[in-house]
Ligand binder design. Structure first.
Ligand code: GLY
Length: 568
């Protein structure tokens, strides 16, 4: 079993016009203000409450993010980062980069011991922590695009942290897997181990008074408290006395970056997704460009031929990811990866009767001159919101692996990420997710580690029809592509699009992961074509909201999990 598969966070979904509900199929008529889908019913309800209070889709997304940091804190929170893709009511398309940055004292070889990368250092404890960007991003989105005071949304989430929430099965599973790591850090042990029965079960109440306190400090002190005040100071002191390199100045230097979205087209639709330092948008578009060369609709969803072609396209794109992708402020990431002509050349390597051997990355046009620039498990969580005014949000947030670095600086209640593991610690050495990288994603001071998070919007004639994204390391890209194919090529509404069987190929290792739900005939068809197939119970956790051509709204949380979608 590979680690990300065991841990991918999930959810479910459906809509009712009065609130959040889970596990039932259904579509709303016309919501009064908007729709919300997240991995957790409490977070979905927080988003709906923001809509009831007169907020827009951006406020709803902020409410979801803050509440997920309480009830789904092993996946995401203000100690981590996020990417937000927005379509505003006036038609503007914006991507906000709240990815963590490496501390100024980070060095290329910081995770090497006796010449070898030591994953314990990049995955647990002080050195694994990047400077968190989620709070800065939420605050930026609130100030510039929201309607409700952020303090009000923080207070609502603080109340959930204070009064507590009931663990679901998924949370309990994560706690069990991470127990020994959490026990290493007294601040985390006090909350997640001592604050619960020795053998926690679904239904146990978890209270987080320190997190409530921090949220209230953020409500009164704003980003200054977090980035230039008490929190930055306390965290830096803890880091320096526990072998870390984070300094208070790293927090003060943090900035949210508003970047140009990645834009592509697929069969007459516009695809708007996240640019580097995410690999998500680039490879969602690259895979769609490759697949546009094939008549998927006549192959049929659920056929071995369809699954094979999609897997081949993923393999080619992930080879490019390993070679070319990194933080565009540091690495030269070719914009040619998005070119239709480049995809047409690559697509000629795909044979319908057998799996290809992809020895290396391709050579996109303009690789020597035309780069992305600033101008232009189930880990992680994705949520989508939209409102009737025309604001649409796709947001993916993460601490990286379960409970991130496992570190809570005592008294703060804030779990810190381990996104330093998303750098390439050594060329060719896989990270937690088995991903290899090259120079473009080597560690450098203040650089942002490469991500797969793919918060994506799909538009038809300028009108949004889908907001989608996923959790689960590199499978995020595959899940997002599949959801788009199911929507566009097969005309499925969001819940069906998310429910359909998934597959994932990331070039290295040369293994095609497929959900068992594809069935024996497809799985043997893939093996006959030469794929090395691993059959998994489930892959990933995606959420989506949509609006079809007749104006009918829908929202869906992943039916593999325990989340919820709703409308108000
Ligand atoms: N933490 C997973 C990612 O950013 O891809």
């Amino acid at each position: 079993m590979i680690p990300w598969r065991a841990l991918v966070a999930l959810v479910v979904a459906v809509l009712s016009l009065t609130g959040a509900s889970a596990g039932v199929s259904g579509l709303p008529a016309a919501p009064r203000r908007g729709v919300v889908a997240t991995v957790n019913p409490v977070a979905t309800e927080a988003g709906l409450q923001a809509l009831r209070d007169g907020g827009n889709a951006v406020d709803a997304a902020i409410a979801c993010a803050l509440t997920l940091g309480v009830v789904d804190g092993h996946n995401s929170g203000i100690g981590g980062g996020c990417f937000m893709t927005l379509r505003l009511a006036d038609g503007r398309l914006i991507t906000l980069d709240g990815r963590e940055t490496a501390p100024a004292a980070a060095t290329r070889d910081m995770f090497l011991r006796e010449g070898k990368a030591d994953p314990r250092l990049s995955q647990d404890g002080a050195l694994s922590v990047g400077i968190p960007g989620e709070f800065a991003t939420l605050a930026y989105a609130s100030t510039n695009h929201g309607r409700l005071p952020m303090a009000r949304l923080l207070e609502a989430a603080a109340r959930v942290a204070e009064s507590g929430f009931r663990l679901d099965r998924h949370y309990v599973g994560r706690l069990r897997e991470t127990r020994s790591g959490l026990a290493l850090f007294p601040g985390s042990e006090a909350i997640f181990l001592k604050g619960l029965p020795a053998t926690p079960s679904a239904g146990d109440l978890l209270r987080q008074p320190d997190l409530a306190w921090s949220y209230r400090q953020m409500a009164s002190g704003g980003v200054a408290w977090f980035y230039r005040g008490d929190f930055a100071r306390r965290t830096a002191e803890w880091m320096q006395s526990h072998g870390g390199v984070v300094e208070a100045a790293d927090f003060a230097r943090y900035e949210v970056v508003s970047r140009d979205p990645v834009r592509g087209t697929y069969r007459g639709h516009q695809i708007v997704s996240f640019p580097p330092p995410s690999s998500g948008g680039v490879h969602v578009v690259e895979i769609l460009n490759l697949l546009e060369r094939f008549d998927l609709a006549s192959m049929g969803d659920g056929s071995a031929e369809f699954a094979h072609v999609v897997a081949e396209a993923m393999k080619l794109a992930f080879a490019d990811r390993a070679r070319w992708l990194g933080d565009p402020d540091f690495a030269r990431v070719p914009r040619g990866l998005l070119s239709k002509e480049y995809a047409a050349g690559l697509a000629r390597r795909i044979r319908l009767d057998r799996a290809s051997v992809v020895a290396a990355a391709g050579s996109p046009p303009g690789a020597d001159r035309d780069w992305f620039t600033r101008e232009m498990g189930r880990h992680t969580t994705h949520f989508s919101t939209a409102d009737t005014e025309g604001n649409w949000v796709a947001c993916t947030a993460s601490l990286n692996t379960s409970f991130g670095s496992k570190v809570v600086v005592p008294g703060t209640g804030i779990l810190l990420n381990n996104h330093m593991d998303d750098f390439s610690a050594q060329p060719g050495v896989p990270n937690f997710f088995g991903l290899v990288g090259a120079e473009a994603n080597a560690i450098e001071a203040r650089k942002r580690p490469l991500s797969s998070m793919s918060p994506t919007l799909v538009l038809r004639d300028g009108r949004p029809i889908l907001s989608v994204g996923a959790a689960g390391g590199p499978t995020i890209i595959s899940q997002t592509v599949l959801a788009i194919l199911r929507t566009i090529d097969f005309g499925k509404p969001p819940l069906e699009a998310l429910a359909a069987p998934r597959l994932h190929h990331q070039w290295k290792p040369d293994t095609l992961h497929v959900e068992r739900a594809w069935g024996e005939a497809v799985i043997s068809g893939l093996r006959r074509r030469g794929h090395s197939v691993s059959v998994d119970a489930s892959i990933g956790a995606a959420q989506a909201v949509g609006r079809d051509a007749s104006g009918r709204w829908s929202a869906a949380a992943d039916p593999r999990g325990e989340g919820a979608a709703g409308a108000w």
